[in-house]
Design a protein around this ligand. Sequence first.
Ligand code: SF4
Length: 488
Amino acid sequence: MDDFSMLPMAADDDRLHEECGVFGVFGHDDAAALTALGLHALQHRGQEAAGIAAHDGRRFSIERHAGLVGDTFTRKAVIDRLPGRRAIGHNRYSTTGGAGMRNVQPMFAEFAGGGFAVAHNGNLTNAMILKRELQRRGSLFQSTSDTETIIHLIATSNHGQLLDRFVDAIRRIEGAYSLVALSEKKMLGCRDPLGVRPLVLGKLDEAWVLASETCALDIIGANYVRDIKPGEVVIITDEGIESLFPFEKSRSRFCIFEYVYFARPDSSVDGRGVYAVRKQIGAELARESGIPADVIVPVPDSGVPAAIGYAEASGIPFDLGIIRNHYVGRTFIEPTDAIRHMGVKLKHNANMGVLKGKRVVLVDDSIVRGTTSMKIVQMVREAGAAEVHMRIASPPTTDSCFYGVDTPEKSKLIASHMTIPEMASYIKADSLAFISIDGLYRAVGEAKRNGDAPQFCDACFTGDYPTRLADYEDRGKVQTLPRLAEAS
Ligand code: SF4
């Protein structure tokens, strides 16, 4: 992830944002073009910039550009500048005020043992402490990215071989990281010991593929082989693939919010189809907090599968009462004040024929600050709905994420300082309910959350962070406001 000088990343709207997708191909004549396609499939994980590093057996070439993958990497001239049968790529979601192109990945360094490019999805939670230590020892940082810390740890390692230096480096970092890296002879893939962020392995003919999600394998016609295991390093060479497990074994704590919102619904994680899980979340919601109504309406697009599941479980018809404008271009991603007041209508419009006179259940994936929910409820009422009930496909978001998801600080999260009835009143809904944490666990196939050893990372709903947060504790940024929402 990027600019760790900003804690913890301020969202510029009322949604959480995933912060990066990674992709790599080893052993294919069209490695760079395939990587561009893979990044295109992962565009939802980061829209601010994209980069590809390729190696042709003699030298590295790197292209990094602001904007969407399709803005640049569809041009033949750009792909032609990335020759070779090996390539890795990265999509970046920028935090406000980040250090611009200096932070765009893949990051590249030339070591004594040869060049090394790395792309990172996640966020390190001790990068600032390591950076200060490295700077004291003379390292000069070019960016504000925590990924560069990994590069400097490799550069300053006492080990001889590049792979040993890489393993030495990842043993010193903490937090969430799925990495794809390219050296002159190898492609590496690696997940942190808890496997917080996803990474999958695929095969396209003789070529090996690494990707954040299976949807990126599908786009190039690659077969899914398996998920990279938590704490695993895969080493891919012309001779084949092998694995290292350089960490003590620990229980997986995959990000449960990937199932709720971040991952594409057509992806699978650890054998679970994301779309099926989302429908199941909707069914659990209907069982937990069903209410008499005439129509189930998703807040598009992310609320759609949960709304379908809710409708199926409740027997109440599903309909598209809100239409999303898919052409809200980049102009509006950081809107001017003049445009901002148009608010939610830039993206969503009420479909009056579906809503008029109806008791409506709106299904959305999460509530962050509450401002978007308030506007959507108002819009649905103005379209003539008789009642508006809000159902949320995640538990109340009470805590910030420090693992690579752009969340406002805790005090800006509405659920950190309001009870559920207070939130209902704030967004002006007739009723509001969130799925319970155990309901969410049931939807992903667990009987319930194991309180002593949770099966997933769910810290943004529970405050139970699975790692130390050394950087943030250091700067006093982990706030401890009471979690009133849970008490309601
Ligand atoms: S804190 Fe929430 S969003 Fe962040 S990794 Fe954990 S579950 Fe995912």
